[in-house]
Design a protein around this ligand. Structure first.
Ligand SMILES: Nc1ncnc2c1ncn2[C@@H]1O[C@H](COP(=O)(O)OP(=O)(O)OP(=O)(O)O)[C@@H](O)[C@H]1O
Length: 576
């Protein structure tokens, strides 16, 4: 948690004012039993109503000042803590955004969501409590012991014994619960992941009638979390009975010994009442301290999880801004490229390909053969494990991300749209794109017709994930989004799979005719979608088993021939 203190730097003033006001409030609290003692020893003894009223007014004034101090402290602590939380959240979000796909795969989205939300809230609550209580509680404990010595030094020794005994009990309980908080948070991660998966895949769950299994899995995890929380709760629940037994025993001792002292005149009745009040103050302060420790412990566990994300640096270093681009003939080159996902075997082995500016490249192969992996290396979603990928003759690792990716329009396999209007979604491709530019892109992507048919046109709202559009419409919108920016390289990663054959063909014809000079990569399982490409890369289990035109590959590449045989009739094959 200490490591995160930099986020409080902007709130130095608040971080000092909050504990100071809490201490001031504590001073009023410590003085109150003395006023009470005066009421008993002087006011009540002498039956002096004027004195009693005056002292009551003093007590009320202490209470009001204490309340004002407490409210001021609360205000500044809340200001510092929420500012801290906001700065931390923004920084963590920025850091997560710097991750490459490798780190995202490794850490997992659900746990990142928990860390960005619940963990940061936990740390924020810890900071708030820390600012208010870390000085106040020890100050009250020490202050109450000192005041007890002021009232009666002989009886004050009971406090000297009481404070360590109480502290020891509280510490023991803390020690038992602290490791469990981290486990609770980890379990929460699992529950969140299950919830996310189950809700995101709600349609699939229903389609496979898996609701009961999903509910069962969720129940098991949720009950696991509950048992863990109950265990922590049960141990923590010992705190109050244990401490109250000790404090009441101490009060009995004070009354037992104090009674005699009052008779002998060594201690006044008011003094005895003040001692009991101080004892209660010690207990309450220690309980507040234990609450602080619990909160700080939870916050530390959460801070640890947040720091783990911060310490995960992006494995990808961005290239310098002065990239020397050689505008040669080759737009994209793969030179003996190998790639393995973290901890896995090679997903790609020795990929070699030279793609000229303006060419269309088809990439085909069975499922899992590495087609998406190949195209993911061009915008540097992953880095090659061996060999190099070049764009305009320069290794992709030498580019600043914005420059490299700014020239690439990528349409991923899963059509992802964001909540907002169609226009806003299209402007992801190019900030401030005009309606003309958007309609041109929609036209090429074969999406203009259905967008125009909507009463609100470009103002039509897209629901989260594009749920109010069909799969094919979503795909066409994501293609249009990539085209709006008129990228130099367009990557269509199986992004026309939901289109019927006629629309798919129209789309490819429009791209070929209206995007002259654009280098286009088409990943597809359908031979018909890529057969007219200038070059076709054939993959089999991550290996390049063919590279050439449709005609050439039919002659030379067994895998390609087989794919075509399975998809075309004899007649179609002869014609092609
Ligand atoms: N994020 C990942 N982490 C680990 N392994 C992965 C990851 N993505 C893909 N793989 C593995 O890499 C191999 C190639 O996957 P890739 O997605 O490139 O295949 P593909 O040819 O595009 O398949 P499909 O046509 O089914 O989309 C597969 O064995 C797959 O299991």
């Amino acid at each position: 948690m200490f490591k995160l203190k930099r986020y409080l730097r902007k709130y130095k003033k608040e971080s000092v004012i909050a504990p100071m006001f809490k201490m001031l409030e504590a001073c009023f609290e410590l003085l109150t039993p003395l006023v009470m003692a005066r009421i008993v020893d002087v006011g009540i003894r002498d039956r002096d109503m004027g004195y009693i009223m005056m002292m009551c007014a003093v007590m009320v004034a202490f209470g009001v000042f204490g309340l004002l101090c407490s409210a001021t402290a609360q205000y500044f602590a809340a200001k510092a803590a929420t500012g801290f939380g906001t700065a931390l959240r923004e920084d963590l979000f920025r850091h997560v955004n710097s991750f490459s796909y490798t780190e995202l795969d490794m850490i997992g989205t659900s746990t990142l969501v928990t860390r960005l939300t619940s963990d940061i809230n936990q740390v924020q609550a810890g900071v708030n409590l820390l600012l208010r209580l870390f000085l106040r509680s020890p100050f009250i404990v020490v202050g109450a012991v000192v005041m007890a010595f002021v009232v009666n030094a002989r009886l004050a020794w009971i406090f000297v014994v009481l404070v360590p005994v109480l502290s020891l009990v509280i510490y023991g309980i803390m020690l038992a619960t602290i490791p469990l908080y981290k486990k609770v948070q980890n379990r929460l991660d699992v529950v969140l992941r299950l919830t996310r998966e189950s809700l995101a895949g709600a349609r699939v769950v229903r389609a496979f009638s898996r609701q009961e299994d999903e509910i069962q899995d969720f129940r098991e995890e949720s009950e696991g979390l509950m048992h863990m929380q109950l265990l922590v709760g049960k141990i923590s629940a010992l705190l109050n009975p244990a401490t109250y037994v000790i404090i009441n025993a101490a009060i009995l001792v004070v009354l037992w010994l104090g009674g005699g002292t009052v008779y002998s005149g060594e201690l006044t009745q008011g003094g005895l009442i003040a001692l009991i009040n101080y004892m209660t103050q010690v207990l309450l302060a220690l309980l507040a301290l234990s609450m602080l420790i619990v909160s700080v412990t939870k916050a530390s566990a959460s801070a640890g999880r947040i720091n783990d994300v911060f310490s995960q640096a992006s494995g990808m270093k961005e290239g310098g801004s002065e990239t020397d681009i050689r505008e040669g003939e080759m737009k994209v080159s793969f030179r003996h490229v190998d790639f393995a996902y973290k901890g896995g075997k090679n997903a790609l082995t020795d990929i070699r390909m030279e793609v000229k500016r303006g060419q269309t490249i088809g990439i085909i192969g069975g499922t899992g053969s590495g087609k998406s992996t190949v195209v993911n290396l061009i915008p540097r979603f992953y880095d090659a494990s061996a060999g190099e990928v070049l764009v305009d003759g320069v290794d992709v690792r030498e580019y600043p991300f914005s420059r490299l990716r700014g020239n690439i329009g990528i349409v991923p396999q899963n059509a992802v749209l964001f909540a907002g209007t169609i226009r806003e979604n299209m402007q992801w491709g190019k900030k401030g794109a005009s309606d003309d530019e958007i309609y041109r892109a929609l036209e090429i992507a074969q999406a203009k017709e259905f967008v125009e048919a909507k009463p609100d046109g470009l103002e039509t709202m897209v629901l989260q994930g594009g749920k109010n559009f069909s799969g094919g419409q979503r795909q066409r919108l994501t293609i249009a989004r990539a085209l709006v920016g008129e990228p130099e390289i367009l990557i269509l990663d199986d992004s026309a799979s939901a289109l019927d054959f006629a629309t798919d063909a129209k789309l490819r014809r429009a791209i070929a005719a209206q995007t002259r000079g654009m280098t286009v990569f088409i990943v597809s399982q359908r031979a018909a979608s890529i057969k007219d490409a200038d070059q076709i890369l054939v993959l089999d289990d991550g290996r390049q088993v063919g590279l050439g035109t449709h005609r050439e590959l039919l002659e030379t590449c067994g895998v390609y021939h087989e794919i075509c045989m399975s998809q075309f009739s004899e007649k179609e094959l002869e014609k092609s």
